[in-house]
Write a new protein. Sequence first.
Length: 67
Amino acid sequence: MLLSLNYDSKDPKFNLLGKIFKIIDSKKFKDTCNRKGITNRQMMLISIKILFMSMYFNYTVLMLLKS
C-alpha cells in the first residue's frame, strides 16, 4: 500500500515541484506548445504534472487508453 502525499512546505521535493509547475503553467511554455501544434494543451499539461509527481514520489502510473 502506498502512502498518500501530504503537503509539507519545508519538503524540498514539493518546493522543486512547485517551481517546475510554475514553469509549466507559464505563458512562454503555453506559447511554445501552440507553436509546436499541440491541440489539446490542457490535457498535456495535466499529464506532464502527473508524470513529474509520479517520478518524484516513486508512484506507478497506469495508462488507460480509450479505443
